[in-house]
Design a protein around this ligand. Structure first.
Ligand code: ADP
Ligand code: MG
Length: 403
């Protein structure tokens, strides 16, 4: 139902469908050569009109595959019955050529191929019947140039396939674009949220630090207590530093220094750091960098990005399972791949990545990937997750190569 309203204007749909239904009934009732002596064929024609009309009318309410399949079958049956029942109307052959076009409306790839194959089978039976049994008695317009008609039929199926392919690709692109816009919107909101929270925490910290510094300089204050003051102030400084880092990501700071980052060196540092962490879990990190890879970015931020991703890979992996990190130049891009053979994720989980506080770990913050998305976006990169439950995850990063 939702998809229906997204893809069609329902008013337009009903106007078109009612017009089609009126035309089908007109074909049945207005100067129909079978009307004078209606037999079984005529009754089948009438029943098929009713079935097809019902399918088209209920489709918006029950937008599921069984209704779609029924509609395609009813349409095929209807057009083939027209063809066999009214051989004098040669133009019904055109409808046979265009039956798969009906399924384009449903944006359903499998159904389209089903319809294309079904039509191929039915037309083969039809041509065989005309060639072997009918022998041009009733279908002389087809039989006279059977080869020409077969070629035309194949051509029409190819045109329909081409139209389907192009439309389908455009729809897929639009879907992707829609997801990207949604993601960008999500990032904007989370950025604002994070900035607001971080800002609110920084203020009370400043006040507490101010008082501690004031008492530290106060001669009358108990010296025993004052011994711990520098420790307290150091801890507050550390907290302030984390918050300012976080704020700089939430509100991308245009002035953060840009370095020409040597990816090999950066990844060496990151793997050195994380190997210690990985050793705890018995996970080896295999690093492989091909050629000279340079990206224009802030080194600390790129390290932060890689640490988050490799740490996630380690945390998702069972003991002893290796993690591979590969980097190489691909055209004008630098590609970095982080691959694990861990628990993997379902499609829904992958779609939720980057949402703040989305974490399936008991001690997770669910902020790591949100920060990663921000960093990737800041340096005009892309990040893609390919994952399968039980098999593992591949994270692919692309960044423009530094000039
Ligand atoms: P955190 O690590 O604090 O949970 P993240 O934003 O880094 O937060 O990750 C969010 C969630 O995404 C994780 O809790 C985990 O469920 C999932 N995830 C991320 N990377 C992987 C991976 N390589 N394999 C499986 N799940 C992953
Ligand atoms: Mg994480």
């Amino acid at each position: 139902m939702k998809e229906f309203h997204k893809n069609f204007n329902s008013k337009l749909y009903y106007i078109s469908i009612v017009t089609v239904i009126i035309l089908m009934f007109a074909g049945l009732l207005v100067s129909n050569p079978r009307m004078a002596n209606p037999g079984t064929g005529y009754a089948v024609h009438a029943v098929l009109i009713v079935v097809l009309s019902l399918c088209l009318l209920v489709y918006p309410k029950y937008e599921n595959r069984p209704v779609r399949i029924l509609t395609i079958m009813a349409a095929s049956a209807y057009f083939y019955v027209l063809f066999f029942l009214y051989p004098e109307t040669w133009s019904t052959f055109i409808f046979l050529c265009f039956i798969p076009a009906v399924s384009i409306l449903f944006f359903d790839r499998k159904l389209f191929f089903f319809s294309l194959i079904l039509n191929g089978v039915l037309i083969s039976i039809t041509f065989s019947f005309i060639f072997v049994i009918d022998n041009g008695v009733r279908f002389s317009h087809i039989e006279k140039d059977l080869t020409g008609n077969i070629v035309n039929f194949i051509g029409s199926q190819m045109i329909i396939y081409f139209i389907f392919h192009l439309t389908n690709r455009r729809i897929q692109k639009q879907r992707l674009y829609f997801e990207q816009v949604q993601n960008a919107e999500r990032l904007k909101t989370t950025g604002q949220l994070a900035a607001a929270v971080a800002h609110e925490i920084r203020n009370p910290l400043t006040v507490v630090k101010g008082f501690l510094q004031y008492y530290a300089g106060d001669e009358e204050f108990n010296k025993e207590y004052k011994r711990n003051f520098s420790l307290l102030i150091d801890e507050l400084d550390a907290a302030e530093y984390v918050i300012s880092q976080f704020l700089s990501i939430a509100k991308p700071d245009k002035e953060s220094s840009l370095d020409k980052v040597d990816i090999k060196r950066m990844l060496d540092d990151v793997t050195d750091l994380l190997n210690t962490y990985g050793l705890l879990h018995d996970n080896q990190i295999h690093l492989q960098v091909k050629g000279d890879c340079y990206v224009s970015a802030n080194t600390i931020e790129l390290k932060q990005l890689m640490i988050n991703l490799v740490k996630n890979a380690i945390e998702a992996s069972p003991h002893g399972s290796p993690i591979s990190v590969k980097a190489e130049k691909k055209r004008d891009n630098i590609e970095i791949k982080i691959e694990d053979r861990g628990r993997g994720m379902s499609k829904e989980e992958v779609n939720s990545l980057g949402t703040p506080f989305y974490s399936l770990k008991s001690k997770g913050t669910g902020l790591g990937l949100m920060i990663c998305y921000n960093i990737v976006e800041k340096y005009n990169g892309t990040i893609q997750f390919v994952s399968e439950v039980g098999t593992g995850t591949i994270v692919t990063l692309h960044f423009p190569q530094a000039a």
